[in-house]
Design a protein around this ligand. Structure first.
Ligand SMILES: Cc1cc2nc3c(=O)[nH]c(=O)nc-3n(C[C@H](O)[C@H](O)[C@H](O)COP(=O)(O)OP(=O)(O)OC[C@H]3O[C@@H](n4cnc5c(N)ncnc54)[C@H](O)[C@@H]3O)c2cc1C
Length: 569
């Protein structure tokens, strides 16, 4: 069903068992759970799928070493289990990540860790070797029964400096352990949606569909053409993350303040010396103020983050200049000899952590766990289940929890679980990727390197993408015209940002250039049947958004013919 057909069907029959508001990873997760039970469910997302916090994460799929010192043992155990499940269920996007913690003290943090655990102080402090050793031992213990990755190890000063010569020479030792990272979190969300709708004809999802209410009940506004239509669910699931309180207000739910989101920003840096200096590891380190920061090799560049600042309006967040300065200053602490030039910052991004309301003055200490709360029916509004908190890593277990509560409320029973369910292009993932690529290359006539790119970008769905022609590369890019055409045709694309920011990693990978933008726009405009005025307006809107949100200023001219036209604004 395409967008028009879905909207027409809704107009005809506005009733459904469950309405999920919010198409971030958690909304998509609960949607998938319900779809797999055959529940009549609609998901409505006001922007694009995974366009909020679910596009702004540090891209770590992790237990959360840091949460141990907050006493969140249950969350860490659950996160490690979900991390390991994702390594199996989404092998095309989730992979092991060796992570190294530089250590500048031996004893520091022990007393503080203990008093923090007892709730006597909220202040972050430096963590010494013994505290880190204790945390990593717990990590290893929690994963002992299913050891997928090596256990932790320590290196002394000499060996650390030999392995990472550019690291701050004040270092005393380092600890290396394994966590995981996700290359394309936005695509993973999209693939779960596709799996869900393929599994059940009564599961429908719409992006650019905002939920609000009028005096007669809930209303869905089509953000593409401005039309409104009523929706009449028996149960609402509010999965709008940092927007939960705003959504409750918009739908007329009487609920206390539930959220206290914090903004976090990241930079993508194109600096070969820094990339080299990491030696393929994530460096997970403490800034001088005691906050944890991360640095890791991401698609040939380096991802650096993040900040943690309380905010009220998730729609207004972006990575501000003072955050950029903070992130660069934190980098200078751990790799003092590496200088980042302004033009090496190729992308910035920001999002709001959906944290529960808390009065804690230290944002890093707000619990990262998740839970659900019902708001009882009120007037036209049915019972509303709010999904509060959560990490990206735990989306599956959080979605399952919310689905079980929803099923119980509706008097339905669960038929299928998702613990071992492969996602999208993770299905039938080859044990020998090189052989898979060689076979695809032989069958399709593509080069083996191209087959490898497709496997990396789409998993085994790469086979379908390979059939999309022409496989001619677009200017300044290693994406082909056929590939972008396939995305436009199959992946609910409404604008350029959907393609550049979420269906592909072109923007975050620092691969934008004006000729590429125009080539992709031509494919999109042809697919949508846009006239020249609409096409031009789309181009302008995208360039303005890119500059404001991501600090990328493209020249706006089609005659600049290389990627260097993308500069940090
Ligand atoms: C800086 C940062 C770093 C992070 N790093 C990590 C990490 O490394 N690992 C990890 O596991 N987790 C990480 N997280 C946490 C993780 O990103 C989030 O917990 C997760 O993405 C939240 O998903 P969500 O679906 O709840 O919220 P969101 O992704 O924000 O989705 C909520 C959606 O609701 C939509 N919406 C709002 N109002 C309406 C309405 N009225 N109608 C329809 N739709 C509406 C919004 O448009 C939005 O898309 C990080 C978060 C941040 C911000």
């Amino acid at each position: 069903m395409d967008r028009k057909e879905k909207l027409a069907a809704l107009r005809e029959r506005p009733d459904m068992a469950v309405l999920v508001i919010g198409g971030g990873i958690n909304g998509i997760s609960v949607f998938r759970e319900l779809a797999l039970q055959g529940v009549d469910v609609l998901l409505a997302e006001k922007g694009d799928y995974c366009g909020g916090a679910s596009a702004a994460l540090s891209r770590m799929v992790h237990g959360g070493l840091r949460y141990l010192e907050n006493g969140e043992f249950k969350l860490v155990r659950e996160s490690l289990l979900e991390r390991d499940r994702l390594l199996k269920n989404a092998p095309h996007y989730v992979a092991p990540l060796p992570t190294t913690v530089p250590i500048f003290d031996v004893f520091s943090g022990i007393a503080n860790g203990a008093v923090r655990f007892l709730g006597l102080t909220r202040r972050p402090s430096r963590r010494g070797a013994l505290v880190i050793k204790a945390g990593l031992s717990v990590y290893d213990l929690f994963t002992a029964a299913r050891r997928l990755m090596p256990t932790h190890r320590f290196r002394g000063r000499k060996e650390t400096l030999k392995t990472w010569p550019a690291i701050n020479p004040a270092i005393r030792s380092s600890a290396t352990y394994y966590d995981a990272w996700v290359s394309r979190p936005e695509r993973l969300g999209l693939e779960m949606l596709a799996d869900a709708t393929a599994a059940s004809p009564s599961a429908r999802a719409l992006n650019y569909a905002r939920i609000g209410a009028d005096e007669t009940g809930l209303v869905l506004t089509d953000e593409v053409n401005g039309d409104s239509l009523p929706v009449r669910p028996r149960l609402v699931i509010n999965a709008t993350g940092g927007w939960i309180d705003l959504t409750n207000a918009a739908i007329g739910a009487s609920a206390p303040v539930m959220m206290g989101g914090t903004k976090g920003s990241h930079l993508i840096v194109d600096n070969p010396a820094l990339f080299e200096a990491l030696g393929g590891h994530m460096v997970y380190y403490e800034n001088e103020d005691g906050r944890i920061c991360i640095l890791f090799p991401y698609l040939g560049k380096v991802l650096i983050g993040s900040t943690d600042i309380r905010v009220d309006d998730p729609d207004q967040v972006r990575c501000d200049d003072d955050e950029l300065d903070y992130i660069l200053q934190s980098l200078a602490f751990v790799f003092p000899s590496i200088k980042i030039a302004p033009e090496e910052i190729v992308f910035r991004f920001s999002g709001v952590r959906p944290l529960p309301a808390s009065k804690d003055s230290f944002t890093g200490r707000i619990p990262r766990d998740h839970f659900c709360e019902f708001i009882e029916p009120n007037g036209h509004l049915p019972a509303t289940l709010c999904m509060i908190g959560g990490k990206w890593t735990t989306f599956r277990s959080f979605g399952a929890l919310a689905a079980d509560m929803a099923l119980q409320r509706l008097g339905l029973t669960r038929k299928a679980g998702t613990e071992d369910l492969a996602i999208g292009g993770g299905r039938d993932f080859p044990a020998d990727p090189a052989a898979w690529c060689a076979t695809l290359a032989a069958e399709s006539g593509l080069k083996v390197e191209r087959a490898r790119d497709l496997l990396e970008r789409y998993g085994t769905t790469g086979r379908a993408v390979a059939a999309a022609l022409p496989d001619t590369m677009l200017p300044g890019s290693d994406y082909s015209a056929g590939e972008i055409g396939w995305i436009v045709e199959n992946e609910q694309v409404e604008n350029l940002a959907d393609i550049f920011l979420r269906r592909t990693t072109i923007a975050i990978g620092g691969g934008l250039g004006m000729p590429l933008v125009d080539a992709v726009l031509a494919i999109l405009a042809a697919g949508k049947g846009w006239n020249p005025a609409k096409t031009e307006a789309e181009r302008d809107a995208f360039l303005a958004q890119l500059k404001r949100q991501n600090g990328v200023a493209l020249s706006g001219q089609t005659d600049t013919n290389d990627r260097r036209s993308a500069q940090c604004a």
